[in-house]
Design a protein around this ligand. Structure first.
Ligand code: G6P
Length: 368
């Protein structure tokens, strides 16, 4: 078993480090000779897309969180309305589906029963279906009309990391492709965004090099009974995943909130020393994020900020700051989330927990 861990103490840490490679592979496999994203096999031509007026992204757990990022990307780049639904709820909601609906199913394993059942329901109601999955020949890959594979490689740790970031890479490529075909993006804008996406693996490598700082911060929060993750816009979509990682492998009760919403009740829970991981990677929302950090700081929170290099102003309010290299708002979360994965990992290790096989959880859930 240690051989397959490639020298890492846990599969999770190995898989966190495999993310630059997985994202790169996922993108490269889809590029044609002109360096453009190629989705010929999924038959979503310009004409097909003109007919689609609504998209659902349906998934469970971490894959659902990837869907939250995908919604932002598709709505921004392609201007199509997207709803993200939890698979186990979707089926019972009598979703608004007809032949103009595209249902995107996201699943690492391709076997999650709730997700598979949602796919079947979507097909039954006449939707077009597209799966994003990591496992070739899985039930979801076989039953969906179209498939985009993530090239993360096998994911062993129960807590998903590289499957999640490669799912996001797929959703970004899909958003780009749709935006271009629908005429929202011209070729120059399309190429510019694609180049930035291709640069993400390098930025993640820079984050991984900063692991020692994350370890030190983990040491400061490891005994906390509860904590919060806050962020605005894309940062909120990432915050929910950071919080889930902390809960599932470190057994710390955490919650994620849109930064502006905390004051409507939940801020009552902030006490002296309560850890608040505050994401402020969205340049356009930076000042607003800082004022939300001040609100929690004033109530005694221990604030860990995540922001872009150059935003040193954050140090006036945060107790610790994790910097990511400069990157567009659209992709900053994809880089910043790696800090949140590492933070959960180190807290789990420091508490002596079973990182790769947390209690009560299964890698693939085949019961409803
Ligand atoms: C389980 C795993 C999660 C995963 C979820 C969905 O609960 O523990 O890590 O996100 O299933 O799995 P899927 O294979 O459909 O992505």
């Amino acid at each position: 078993e240690s051989a397959t861990k490639g020298g890492y103490p846990h599969f999770m840490l190995k898989e966190i480090h495999e993310q630059p490679k997985g994202i790169q592979e996922t993108i490269l496999r889809r590029l044609d000779a002109d360096g453009l994203v190629r989705f010929d096999d999924i038959r979503l031509s310009k004409e097909d897309l003109a007919e689609i007026d609504k998209i659902y992204i349906v998934a469970c757990g971490t894959a659902y969180h990837a869907g939250l990022v995908g919604k932002k990307a598709i709505e921004k780049m392609a201007r199509i309305k997207v709803d993200v639904e939890i698979a186990s709820e979707f089926r019972y909601d009598n979703p608004f589906i007809d032949s103009k609906t595209l249902v995107i199913i996201v699943s690492q394993s391709g076997e999650t029963l709730d997700t598979l059942a949602a796919l079947r329901e979507a097909k039954r109601k006449g939707a077009r279906t597209l799966a994003i999955t990591n496992v070739m020949g899985s039930s979801i890959a076989r039953e969906a009309e179209h498939v985009i594979y993530t090239w993360a490689g096998p994911e062993i740790a129960v807590a998903s990391t590289k499957a999640y970031t490669t799912q996001i890479a797929c959703l970004f490529m899909l958003a780009l492709d749709m935006g271009y075909k629908r005429g929202v993006l011209d070729l120059a804008a399309y190429r510019e965004i694609l180049e930035k996406l291709k640069g993400i693996p390098e930025k993640i490598k820079a984050v991984l090099k900063n692991d020692l700082q994350v370890q030190k911060i983990a040491g400061k929060i490891k005994d906390a009974a509860h904590g919060f993750y806050i962020g605005r816009g894309m940062d909120y979509s990432i915050a929910v995943e950071g919080s889930l990682k902390m809960k599932e492998i470190s057994y710390v009760h955490t919650e994620a909130f849109p930064s502006g919403e905390l004051k409507h009740g939940t801020i009552a829970l902030i006490e002296d020393g309560t850890p608040v991981i505050a994401l402020a990677t969205q340049q356009s929302l930076f000042e607003k994020s800082i004022s939300n950090m001040k609100e929690v700081k004033a109530r005694g929170a221990y604030v860990i900020g995540v922001t872009l290099e150059g935003n040193e102003l954050i140090e006036e309010v945060a107790d610790d700051v994790l910097y990511i290299p400069k990157v567009d708002d659209m992709f900053a979360g994809l880089v910043g989330v790696v800090y949140l994965q590492l933070l959960a990992y180190h807290v789990s290790v420091m508490k002596g927990l079973d990182v790769d096989k947390p209690r009560n959880l299964a890698k693939s859930v085949t019961v409803e």
